[in-house]
Ligand binder design. Structure first.
Ligand code: F6R
Length: 610
């Protein structure tokens, strides 16, 4: 979603800001803008609808100079994507504001400010912050105190950065519900919504906590908590490669990240299996004690992360013998739910900032969950900081909006969690060893799957003129079918649905004809004969099938069915193995359709609003 970058420096910052925005492009946006204060204390603002590149070109034609500036990529919530609605928003040629999140009481504030004579130019909720700061400044000694008074009147979520053209030395930032990270340089300091934006200029960061307001100047950062008390927020060196933002030899980040999965999984496993046995400390301090007492697991997540949670439910109940429910975060947070005794809340999130998942975690603490664990890819993110335990997936930065390596490493984490909980619920040493050995075999197995890319690319041709597709799976492959369908619709814009194959005859069979390709995920397992009956039901209705199966499953290509041979693997890791061919299929279909693979329309990488 929206991205923020800000800087207070001696050098000109426009290029740093634009580079920062480029590095946040993966989050999804529809317009971009920058404002800097020049040496004459004038505010120079440039905004463009569309890509950051358009903004960069505009700045090339008409450069802006100045050492203090803010920049933003906007993902429209209130008001259409347009130059007028793009940030920064400005009040009286002096106050400039960028904002992530949603101000829920913006209508009330807008009316009040209009009553005070403020004229609104945009349809955004953000513009109320701009005028409110301007108004509060009339009765405040400093910009800091005007912003402190302003944020007290805001309801909703914000990560916001404010500057005043009359003060080149400071920018003021505030966080509630939308992450902000301070980057420390030498004689210059920065702010951003994501450390990715600032990696070219610093590696030292501290995250603001909820309710914090901070004043950032070249040599000093002062942070204040909700009560206005000065606080320290620990600064840490980021352990992230600068180059994680580069596509390298790949045409798209999504393809690069799909190919990175064997390495990502190796990184995810590294140091966590000691002599083939799981090191429980990998989940954090006190993990053993918490897992010992767990009698029930509630998983909460959204989108792709929800699908990994669905797989985990099969594992937890079958392998660890612990009851498990899974629910979409936006549903869970708005209903009254029953909390079984000794329940562990597990959230799953690539970004660690998904608004609904975070709200669900906070709710869970209020309604009696004994403890919480997050499976996450972003160290220092809100979910990591607010959970009792954390499993860091270590997939490396994922830039493509469509999640690939974050998903498969989540599955690795969830399988390790299954072992960790299973240890306390009678899982035998043999079973634990079997699972950990299967995990260790994964990277090599995934290399074999990636070698199927060219045959999957050929297959993609068949989908280019299709408008719908149906994905079928059974057991722990049903969530993989769901993930396959989500990937296809996200990046190729083909409508796709997934069904547990046993549900076919309860409705979706009516859809089957030659225009509805049916993708079947079919490893040889205990359910294969049942699945084969479902395949026959489709064949009998003239359906065309694409079956991903291992040789043991005994499918053969014919007029109505194309079989893609996936390497034989252990049942336990099959959900991970079968994910990759489906990722590749969506990717190649999207390439044929010519869509924006890394930044599909209307989508954002990190969904920080509900
Ligand atoms: C799809 C995708 C999304 C995310 C969802 C939750 O490819 O990436 O469905 O999974 O928005 O995001 P996180 O995992 O960051 O909580």
């Amino acid at each position: 979603m929206c991205g923020i970058v800000g800087a207070v420096a001696q050098r000109d910052v426009a290029d740093i800001l634009v580079e920062g925005l480029k590095r946040l492009e993966y989050r999804g946006y529809d317009s971009a803008g920058v404002a800097v204060i020049n040496n004459n204390n004038e505010l120079l603002t440039t905004k463009r609808l569309g890509k950051v590149q358009e903004l960069a070109q505009a700045l090339e034609q008409q450069p802006v100079t100045g050492g203090t500036g803010i920049a933003h990529t906007r993902w429209a919530t209130h008001g259409v994507p347009s130059e007028v609605n793009a940030h920064p928003h400005v009040s009286n040629n002096t106050i400039a504001v960028v904002h992530n999140g949603i101000i829920e009481n913006h209508q009330t504030l807008r009316s009040q400010l209009q009553g005070l004579g403020y004229e609104f130019l945009s349809q955004t909720d953000t513009e109320v912050i701009t005028h409110l700061v301007h108004h509060e400044l009339k009765t405040s000694d400093t910009l800091l105190s005007a912003v402190q008074k302003t944020v007290k009147q805001l309801e909703g979520a914000y990560g916001t950065v404010v500057m005043d053209s009359r003060d080149q030395d400071n920018i003021i930032v505030a966080r509630s519900g939308s992450p902000l990270v301070i980057g420390y340089g030498l004689g210059e300091n920065f702010i951003a919504s994501d450390i990715m934006a600032l990696l070219p200029v610093t590696r030292k960061f501290s995250y603001l906590e909820e309710g914090d307001v901070a004043q950032i100047s070249r040599f000093k950062v002062s942070i204040f908590d909700t009560n206005g008390e000065p606080v320290e927020r620990e600064a840490k060196d980021a352990n992230v490669s600068h180059d994680s933002g580069d596509k390298g030899e790949y045409r798209h980040y999504m393809l690069k990240e799909t190919y990175e999965q064997p390495t990502a999984i190796r990184n995810s496993l590294e140091g966590r299996l000691v002599n083939g046995m799981l090191d429980i400390n990998t989940f954090g301090e006190g993990a053993d004690e918490i897992f010992k007492n767990v009698e029930h697991v509630q998983i909460i997540a959204c989108g792709t992360s929800y699908h990994s949670g669905m797989v985990a439910r099969y594992w937890l109940e079958e392998l660890a013998g612990v009851s498990c429910n899974i629910e979409i975060a936006s549903e869970f947070r708005y209903r009254k739910s029953f909390v079984p005794k000794n329940s562990l809340l597990v959230t799953i999130s690539q970004s660690g900032e998904t608004a609904d998942t975070l709200a669900a975690l906070r709710l869970a603490k209020e309604i009696g969950y004994q403890s919480s664990l997050v499976i996450c890819n972003v160290p220092g993110s809100s979910l990591v900081r607010e959970s009792d335990l954390a499993f860091m997936t270590k997939a490396g930065a994922e830039i493509g909006v469509a999640s690939t390596k974050a998903f498969t490493t989540q599955l690795v984490g969830l399988l390790m969690m299954t072992v960790a909980i299973g240890q306390h619920h009678g899982m035998s040493d043999e079973k634990q060893t079997e699972i950990t050995q299967s995990l260790m075999s994964l990277p090599a197995k995934l290399d074999e799957v990636l070698a199927l890319a060219s045959s999957i690319e050929d297959l993609a041709e068949d989908f280019a003129d299709k408008h719908h597709a149906l994905f079928l799976g059974r057991g722990d492959q049903y969530p993989i079918a769901m993930e396959g369908a989500l990937k296809l619709k996200e990046i190729s814009y083909i409508h796709a649905e997934a069904y547990a194959a046993g549900e076919l005859k309860h409705g979706p069979l009516a859809l089957i004809d030659a225009e509805m390709p049916v993708i079947v995920v079919a490893p040889k397992n205990d359910l294969i004969e049942k699945l084969k009956s479902n395949v026959e039901e489709v064949r009998a209705r003239g359906g065309l099938m694409y079956v991903f199966a291992d040789s043991d499953a005994n499918f053969a290509s014919d007029d109505t069915m194309k079989v893609i041979n996936v390497p034989v693997c252990d049942d336990i890791i099959a959900p991970i193995v079968y994910t990759l061919p489906l990722q590749l299929l969506s990717y190649y279909v999207a390439i044929i359709k010519g869509t924006d693979v890394d930044q599909p329309r209307n989508l954002a990488k990190s969904v920080t609003v509900e």
